[in-house]
Design a protein around this ligand. Structure first.
Ligand SMILES: [Zn+2]
Ligand SMILES: [Zn+2]
Length: 145
């Protein structure tokens, strides 16, 4: 008979919880502990997270230092430069550049188009109203129309 985890021979181990689960004493203990912590975490999730957050606040400098060190160890991700599928402008992640994205969305999404048109109309009305308010004499012909 062998441990399911590490394949060590458990023939001569005493017939305890671990052996009955098909594990050696070491793997059995590890499995029971991780199960215990999992249940504990589920039952006390909010308290555990609150404690972690408090700990992070109390040790702010240390947390920043550890994060910096971990980031330095991590291999840098080199991103292939991408180009907008429509105009070829270099983009970071998106398929299209900002300009082409808006144009594309405008052409394919009716809701978006309606919203944009409405907001443009509101903006033009507001602008016209402001012009009339600022220069009533000069825009007299417009006010009459
Ligand atoms: Zn084992
Ligand atoms: Zn583009």
């Amino acid at each position: 008979m062998r441990c399911k985890e590490c394949d060590v021979n458990i023939e001569n181990q005493r017939n305890g919880k671990s052996k009955r689960a098909g594990l050696c004493a070491k793997c059995g203990r590890k499995a029971r502990l991780s199960e215990y912590f999992r249940k504990y975490y589920i039952a006390n999730r909010d308290a555990v997270l609150a404690k972690n957050r408090q700990g992070a606040r109390d040790n702010r400098e240390r947390v920043i230092e550890l994060r910096r060190r971990r980031a330095a160890l991590k291999p840098k991700v080199v991103r292939e430069p991408k180009a907008c599928v429509e105009c070829g402008t270099q983009v970071i992640r998106a398929e299209r550049c900002r300009k082409c994205y808006v144009r594309h969305r405008y052409a394919t999404n009716l809701d978006y188009r309606a919203r944009r048109l409405a907001s443009t109309r509101r903006w033009m009305q507001k602008k016209r109203a402001q012009e009339l308010a600022v220069r009533p004499a000069e825009t007299g012909d417009m006010a009459a129309s």
